[in-house]
Structure formats: C-alpha cells, structure tokens
Design a binder for this molecule. Sequence first.
Ligand code: ZN
Length: 288
Amino acid sequence: MSLMHKRIFHHDGVRFFKITSPSIQLPLNQLYPGTINQDTLPDTPFEIPVNSWMVEYRDQLILIDAGISRLGEEQLPVSHNAAPSFFEQLALFGKKAEDISMVILTHLHLDHVGWSTVFENGVWKPAFAGATYYMSRNEVDYLLSDKGIAEGGGDIFKRNVLPLILDNQVRVVSDPRSEIAGGIMYQEYPGHSPGHMIVRFRTQHSEICFCGDIFHSTLQIGNPSLSSSFCRNTVQALTSRKTFLKRAAARGSLVCSAHLDSPSAGFISFSGGGYSWQPLQPDGKTQN
Ligand SMILES: [Zn+2]
C-alpha cells in the first residue's frame, strides 16, 4: 500500500483523507510537565504528528484544520522533513484547493490554522477561495485578548483570520453546540484552548468525530488526567477529555485526532475501569 493510500479511510459510507504537516518534536517530560513521575518519562524528543483531515460528505469537500505553515514552523519545535507539502497532498488525493467548500477549525493554534491563508503578491489571502471558514467566537476573542496577544495571537489573527474576515468568508460561531450544516455538529469542548471545538459528522449507523486536541498521545486515553503543556486550562481540559472519552466509547464513534500516531483514527473502548485506543486501518478494520 502506498504512503498516500495509507491516509485514505472509509467508514460507514464516508471517505476521508489525512493530510500531514511537519511533526512537533518535544520531550515527553516537556509535553506533560509535572503531571506524572518525571523519572519515568524520557527526555529525548517525542514526535507529535500534526494532522488535518479532508472529508467527502454529502457532495461537499470539507477540511478540518489547516496544518502548520511558515509561522508555525518558525515558532514551534517542528521537524522539517514533511514532504509533500499540504497542497501537494491535496493534489495527490486528486483534489484542488478550490474544491473545498467548508474549512472547519477546531481552534486557532499555529498547528491548526497554518494554511487557512496564503501569502501572494504581498498580501495574505484565503487559501480556499470557495470555502466558508468556521471558527469559535471564544477563540477569536482570546486571540485578541491581552493574554492572547502576549502569546502571539495578534500575528495569527493578522495572517490567518483577518484576511478571511475581509473577504467575507468566515462564520464566527458563538453557540457552544450547533449544527453548522446538515449532519455536521460543531461543539465546544474547552480547556486545551478557551473555545476548543470538536466536529461530528453523522453517518448512517453512527458518527465520525474530529476531536482536535482533546489528547496529544494515547497516554492521555489510558490516563485522562494528563494534560499537555499546550493546554490553557488543565481543569477544563480534563473535564472535556473525560466527557469526550465517555461519550465516544458509549456511542462507538470513530475518532480522528490531530495528534495521535498513525493511523490517527480509531475507536475508544472501555474495559477494566479504563479507556483504550483501537486504531482503525485504512481498510476499515481495527488492529486489535
Ligand atoms: Zn494541536
């Protein structure tokens, strides 16, 4: 199976694709500082994949998150070996930027908004000219708050959000839970960031759920009390993670993550008092 075929998934009548960005490299004891015994965590770099997803759904082509572009590569500890590029991957899947009709952002961090815009002829402009972009009002407000500005939110707003607003391509969503298009729910699970959202697609028998940064590795599925150093509010993040795991396990949701290892899609199961991860293979089978 070729590299790109390993990133094409079919589930319950829906086909979707994984688009990768340069991975973030961080020692585990910096990703999860002070939350578990530091002696048991290696201080060597741990590779955190960065995934966006593209979904064929009811005659639409929908992008969930927009990866890492140059601003993220400058500011995050990323590997620089990810090839092909974001847009080359679209082409390898037989898609073009103009085919995308919706871009749904789980949150406005550097590794999720990178290719929402492109810099051409001296100006930032929407990368997906025919798309409506969805983002949470709490996320936009935070970028422009004193705290958000101090963390570099002003740059993200100027490069990755403002050009979309100026071109009238944005729906800023205030409702913590809404159906933004037929069968597509956009729901707040805050903590990692103030307006962190998940995206659920209703399918014939169940649902496919794009969970953003609810967790950054499978360690947090077995041990939900671990919060990453990227999480703004660890108490909220823990509540969101527990609620998410419980619901996904009970419903049999297919979960697609921005940061779990390949294949990055799978199911949550509950047994023996704890949760575990059952990866989904591109052929639609689970590994375990
Ligand atoms: Zn992330």
